[in-house]
Structures are given as structure tokens and as C-alpha cells.
Design a protein around this ligand. Structure first.
Ligand code: UDP
Length: 253
């Protein structure tokens, strides 16, 4: 494909101008970062796996009527998406205590929560994405009350969908992060799921063994990250068909 104009480069993805107005091309890199980019590495094949996995989850969500930005996969590392205006919040949904929740509130990792808990973090790398309340969100105009209600409803539907498909392959969905964007259909504004849904942004634990199959493998030096993501893709039946293991990036660069 002819190289398109780069619009934005983040830690794990690049956004290029799309072929039509209102579309973008999202490119998945092999870069892995953690702790606000203090820990960095390149994991061969991660981008290919996340492109496939995000396609799989977002296609499923679109099919059950949860709107997402995903239009179609273009190649091993790129997908066509709808351009959205990103709401500057990371929406985290938790089913089981882990990570920052365990640390902040002293709840042992692995404790089942009485109900899904939704948290909002303000997207600002310089501030380290601080936890914020709905009061902050509304007072500072990041989203309106109606948007927040829609974001909660959307997030809970994503949680139910993702929990179900993971359970079916023996994986517990501990928590995940999504980003949400605004789109306009004529004068009507709606919120849709944007960014990516992949093991980079979820905690996934094997139900039997508790083995971690997500980015904590990288954050906590627990083994080979591409192997963990490959295992998730294999169980879901979405391994790239022409490879038996994570592909090398030079194949399509
Ligand atoms: N998460 C993410 N991006 C971030 C922060 C968190 O995708 O910038 C995901 C993370 O992978 C986990 C969930 O959100 O699935 C909750 O993360 P937590 O707040 O426990 O923070 P962490 O322990 O990752 O610092």
C-alpha cells in the first residue's frame, strides 16, 4: 500500500490518514512499554497478534450491536477504522482485584469483586494518567453526564461480551481498559469503542492454572510476551493462518 500521511504515533500504534474522509489506518507496532514508558522493548510479532485480536473482538462487538471504530483489517499490521474524537479518558472495568486497585486499596490480587467496577483515568502521560471521578470529568468538561452514562453502559456490554468469549476458552477476564470516541452521523452524536482491545490492555488469567496471558508477562518479567499472546490467539482460533508462531516484522515492513 502507498505510504500514507502519518497523523499520530503512540507507544504501540501509528495512525495514518485513511483512504476516505472520516477513516484512518491504524498500524500496530511491535513496541511494548510499561510504567508510563519507563520499561520498553520490541517484541517480535506483537503487532501482528494485536491487530488480529483487536479485529476479532471488535468484529464480535459490532455483530452484537456494540458500536466500534473497526471497519476492516487491511493486512498483517494495519486496519481501517472510523475517525473519532477520542474522549480523553481511559475507562477501566474490573471483575477481579489486580494491579493498581490491589495496590491502592490493599485488596489481594485475585479477589473477586462483588460487581464490575468502572474507573476513569485522565489520559495525560505527563501526569501518569491519574484516576479521576465523574465529578472531575464533568467539571472539567471532558465528557457530559449523558456521555458518562453511555460510557458506563458501553463498557459493561464490552465486559459481558469479553468475559463470555474468554470464559469459553478457559480464560478469566480480570480487567481491561478501553477508549471511547465520538462520531457524528449527520447531526446525531454517538459514542463508539475506539483504540484497541488486546492482551496489551486486558488482564487475562488461565482459569485452571492462573497463568498470566497478558502484558503483565512483560511488566513483571514472567516470560515471553509473544508466546502468551499467541496462546490467547490460538485458543480463540484467530492465529494468523500462515504462521505457526509470532511473525517477524520484516515480513511486511
Ligand atoms: N491499562 C492499559 N493502559 C494503561 C493503564 C492500564 O491498558 O495505561 C489496563 C491494564 O492492562 C489492565 C487495566 O487497564 O488490564 C487496569 O490497569 P491498572 O489500573 O491495574 O494499572 P497497572 O497495574 O497496569 O498500572
Amino acid at each position: 500500500m502507498a505510504r500514507r500521511k502519518k497523523l499520530y504515533e503512540g507507544k504501540a500504534k501509528i495512525l495514518y490518514e485513511g483512504p476516505e474522509p472520516g477513516t484512518l489506518v491504524q498500524y500496530f507496532k511491535d513496541d511494548a512499554t510499561a510504567f508510563n514508558a519507563e520499561k520498553k522493548d520490541v517484541i517480535d510479532g506483537k503487532g501482528v497478534l494485536n491487530n488480529r485480536l483487536s479485529e476479532y473482538f471488535m468484529t464480535g462487538l459490532n455483530n452484537i450491536g456494540v458500536p466500534t471504530h473497526f471497519i476492516k483489517r487491511i493486512n498483517m499490521r494495519e486496519q481501517l477504522i472510523r475517525q473519532v474524537e477520542i474522549i480523553p479518558l481511559e475507562v477501566v472495568v474490573r471483575n477481579v482485584a489486580a494491579g493498581s486497585l490491589s495496590k491502592r486499596l490493599g485488596i489481594a490480587e485475585g479477589t473477586a469483586l462483588p460487581r464490575p467496577i468502572i474507573e476513569f483515568y485522565y489520559k495525560d502521560d505527563a501526569l501518569g494518567d491519574p484516576l479521576v471521578t465523574e465529578e472531575h470529568v464533568i467539571a472539567f468538561g471532558w465528557a457530559a453526564q449523558q456521555d458518562l452514562d453511555d460510557m458506563v453502559a458501553l463498557s459493561l456490554r464490552v465486559n459481558d461480551f469479553m468475559s463470555g468469549i474468554m470464559l469459553a476458552v478457559g480464560i478469566r477476564l480480570v480487567d481491561f481498559k478501553i477508549e471511547i470516541g465520538r462520531v457524528w452521523d449527520n447531526d446525531f452524536q454517538r459514542l463508539i469503542v475506539a483504540d484497541e482491545i488486546s492482551p496489551d490492555s486486558c488482564r487475562l488469567w488461565d482459569i485452571e492454572t492462573g497463568q498470566k496471558l497478558d502484558k503483565d508477562v512483560f511488566r513483571r518479567d514472567l516470560g515471553n510476551l509473544a508466546d502468551a499472546y499467541t496462546e490467547v490467539a490460538r485458543r480463540l482460533g484467530v492465529l494468523p493462518s500462515n504462521v505457526t508462531h509470532a511473525t517477524k516484522p520484516h515480513l511486511i515492513n
